[in-house]
Design a protein around this ligand. Structure first.
Ligand code: KG4
Length: 342
């Protein structure tokens, strides 16, 4: 008997991107994302504004994803949605929309952990002959605005956190330092661009001394702030005169901190398939460091396409596809969760 095609709709609304994607038998057909420019003026995401923007965006974004996939919504097999972690007001929009649509179509709901989505973004396939995913087990450096973790990924549903930040995340540190420099939000892409024209060895900032595989970025942030304050005393236009060098030195410090612990984890586990995921994996300095480690240490590296580094629904859809195959569905009353421990 011929197998029925499996169409998964993925929905992501955990922070400030409203995204929907459709996958057919695990292959991506469409991925539509509406980002929220409204936060730029505030130098960070304003939760209440994010929820309102999700409410405005969710119907057109889902509609477009289904249209671009070239299917009718009645053909959907299941709906996968980000259940958490994230901003509660933002999550509620996607969670409740997914529940309403699944109920109206009489199809199963699949809850997805946002972080699992970032890690499994490596399994998003755009065509049948795309087999660029890492084999299990692999080590994944997950670096975003809210997380910095080293994860041992044993299977799609079996992940062990080896280390994580004890304070700020890498992306958060970049964003905060960029704010101190008076640059826009989010700071990551701006620092990345400036860093390409700067000298990474121009300035030194504090690096943490933490045991094991854990990270810390709050000391670096303070060191950056205090150093700037001192330099500005002598030259009020210090930032303007040195912004490329500041960006390059900050980026190098963060990349060095990230790679040092990652090298240790790879060495200790003996697993040399190494992936990077999350918004900060778009960073050119970090990507170069991965290529450099591949050459120096023989790592097999896995770097996602730019469009799958930041929040997107394709990564939620692919987790949904895996869970669908294992018939791992969730109940209609499954609540959203803002934090991991909830
Ligand atoms: O994964 P993501 O989109 O959202 C979550 O935090 O879940 O990550 C956003 C973070 C922000 O801190 C942003 O500044 C950072 O990723 N980012 C970058 C770059 N693009 C985005 N950081 C460094 N270089 C980039 N090119």
């Amino acid at each position: 008997m011929e197998q029925k095609d499996i169409y998964i709709l993925g929905i992501e609304s955990s922070c400030d991107d409203t995204s929907a994607a459709v996958l057919k038998n695990g292959i991506l057909l469409s991925n539509v994302t509406a980002s929220q420019a409204v936060h730029e003026a505030y130098g960070g995401v304003v939760p209440e504004l994010a929820s309102r923007a999700h409410l405005q965006n969710i119907i057109p974004v889902v509609d477009q994803a289904i249209q671009r996939a070239g299917i009718q919504r009645e053909q959907l097999t299941a709906i996968a949605f980000t259940r958490g972690p994230g901003l509660m007001g933002s999550l509620l929009v996607g969670v409740n929309f997914a529940k309403g649509l699944a109920r109206s179509l009489g199809i199963p709901l699949i809850d997805v952990n946002h972080l699992q989505g970032h890690v499994l973004a490596h399994f998003i396939r755009e065509s049948e002959d795309d087999h660029s995913n890492p084999p299990f087990p692999f080590i994944c450096l997950l670096v975003s605005g809210g997380n910095s973790q080293i994860i041992k990924v044993n299977a799609y549903n079996d992940m062990q956190i080896l280390g994580q930040t004890i304070d700020d995340a890498a992306g958060e540190a970049i964003d905060k330092c960029s704010k101190v420099m008076g640059l826009g939000y989010p700071g990551g892409p701006i620092i990345d661009k400036l860093a390409r024209c700067g000298n990474p060895d121009a300035f030194q900032f504090a690096k943490p001394n933490i045991a094991g595989y854990d990270y810390s970025f709050s000391g670096l942030k303070t060191s950056f702030l205090y150093s700037l304050r001192d330099w500005i005393k002598d030259d009020p236009d210090f930032i303007e005169h040195h912004k490329e060098d500041l960006a390059a030195s900050l980026e190098k410090t963060i990349v060095d901190i990230l790679m040092k612990k990652l090298r240790q984890a790879v060495k200790d586990t003996g697993i040399n398939h190494v992936a990077v995921a999350g918004g900060v994996s778009a960073n050119n300095g970090l990507r170069n460091a991965f290529h450099d480690h591949a050459k120096r240490f023989g790592w097999n590296i896995y770097i996602p396409k730019f469009s799958y580094t930041t929040d997107n629904a394709a990564m939620i859809g692919i987790v949904g596809y895996f869970k669908y195959q294992d018939k791992e569905f969730c109940e209609i009353d499954a609540p959203a969760f803002a934090r991991m421990e909830n």
